[in-house]
Design a protein around this ligand. Structure first.
Ligand SMILES: Cc1cc2nc3c(=O)[nH]c(=O)nc-3n(C[C@H](O)[C@H](O)[C@H](O)COP(=O)(O)OP(=O)(O)OC[C@H]3O[C@@H](n4cnc5c(N)ncnc54)[C@H](O)[C@@H]3O)c2cc1C
Length: 385
């Protein structure tokens, strides 16, 4: 895609986020839902498929363009991005990374247009940071497969039309081996979705358990066809690496918003005859947040470029997600501090963002898991296995 077109998409998204979504934040928070008109307009703008290639109906942004777009999306409630985040990210990427050409042609267009919402169902009660321990099982039955097990904390599950389900197809293979990805459509007998989870933050973004009780699927739903059997774990890890750069960019966008809220409050709140921004200790908080933000944005931009040229698709994504998610946590904390008692009150954006930001250090690999990935990669390059 030409840079001019990318610039136009980013500019239109920036306008939409700031003029339409930011004013709707209190409604989204109160109703725990994204208004239908915002969903429709986001679909019309192509936001359900920005990371999906044009040949499958998406906008076809590469990672460098994607992070610039996500910097804009991150400026508002993360629930807005979450509505189409799984289509572009972890769920849509299961197809991009692992599906046959026939599957991509059949399934990616409705995902890119927003006609379908897709979910990524990997995590289980006893398989979170180490998903290789998952116990959801799929057994061959005639010309199809029968899947049983439970997934938890699955983003968009209450409204998903299709689930990328990871199941163990070889009970004798330990750990990561023997795991296969399936595309399971909503409405199949035996598939049920639990009640919406009550989360700490990110109101308007929904998660729930997904239960599979002898769900029968045809062989054509194995991602990658017969060759995809046993390759699900590797596919999941590639999707998560892409997702980590995306989440890091989201953290940068939210960091910018938190800094803007902080500066604006520091420049207007009067105490002791002057605005609080004249106090050097408040200035220190602002300076630390600006520095964190600058570093996170530069890191994410650099990691995206290396992801695009293929020189680093593992270490960089984990460094970016680790640093940017920890940074937005620090910036949110300082934003609440700068707001004083008001920062602790519902209805004030930084209070909401403080809770929203907490998730970024947890999902798509906790900070500890990013540390492990980074260190393992360094040591592998030094010949340590
Ligand atoms: C709102 C939300 C949305 C989510 N959406 C999805 C989704 O769409 N699809 C999906 O599949 N999953 C999803 N998840 C699951 C998410 O990816 C997991 O919660 C996350 O990976 C952590 O797993 P866990 O909760 O089981 O924690 P655990 O793995 O039990 O970790 C608990 C603590 O132990 C630490 N720990 C664990 N192992 C190690 C280790 N080896 N070394 C050091 N420390 C370790 C962790 O860092 C953490 O601090 C979502 C979760 C949330 C909260």
């Amino acid at each position: 895609m030409l840079d001019d077109e990318v610039r136009q998409i980013i500019a239109a998204t920036r306008r939409f986020v700031r003029e339409r979504v930011v004013p709707a934040e209190p409604t989204i928070d109160d109703t725990d839902a994204i208004p239908a008109d915002l969903r429709r307009e986001a679909a019309e703008m192509g936001l359900f498929g920005f990371a999906i290639p044009e040949e499958y109906g998406g906008l076809g942004l590469d990672m460098s363009a994607e992070v610039r777009l996500v910097f804009e999306l991150g400026y508002t409630t993360p629930a807005f991005r979450s509505m189409f985040g799984t289509n572009n990210g972890i769920a849509g990427h299961v197809l991009l990374e692992g599906a046959t050409e026939e599957q991509k042609k059949a399934y990616l267009p409705p995902i890119a247009s927003g006609e379908w919402t897709a979910s990524f169902a990997l995590t289980e009660e006893n398989a979170g940071s180490d998903p290789s321990g998952l116990t959801t099982a799929a057994r061959r039955d005639g010309d199809g497969w029968v899947i049983s097990g439970s997934k938890r904390f699955i983003t968009n599950a209450p409204l998903a039309d299709v689930f990328m389900v990871f199941a163990r197809t070889d009970p004798d293979a330990a750990g990561a081996r023997g795991i296969t990805a399936f595309m399971v459509e909503r409405g199949l007998p035996g598939l049920s979705i639990g009640p919406k989870d009550h989360k700490m933050g990110q109101a308007g973004a929904w998660t729930a358990d997904v239960h599979l009780d002898d769900v029968r699927v045809p062989a054509s739903t194995v991602i990658g066809g017969e060759e995809g059997v046993g390759r699900g774990y590797a596919t999941a890890m590639r999707c998560l690496a892409h997702g980590r750069v995306h989440i890091a960019a989201l953290c940068v966008g939210l960091s910018q918003r938190l800094l803007d809220e902080s500066v604006s409050y520091a420049a207007s709140r009067v105490q002791g005859g002057g605005v609080i921004g004249t106090h050097q200790l408040v200035q220190g908080l602002l300076a630390d947040s600006a520095t964190d933000l600058y570093a996170a944005r530069a890191l994410v931009t650099d990691v995206a470029a290396r992801y695009d040229d293929g020189s680093d698709t593992r270490l960089g994504p984990s460094c970016a997600k680790y640093f940017a998610s920890e940074a937005v946590g620090r910036i949110a904390d300082r934003a609440v501090q700068i707001h004083g008692g008001a920062g602790y009150m519902h209805g004030v954006p930084v209070e909401r963002f403080y809770r929203d930001a907490r998730l970024f250090r947890i999902y798509e690999g906790t900070s500890q898991i990013q540390q492990i990935v980074i260190a393992r990669e360094l040591l592998r390059n030094a010949g340590v296995r």
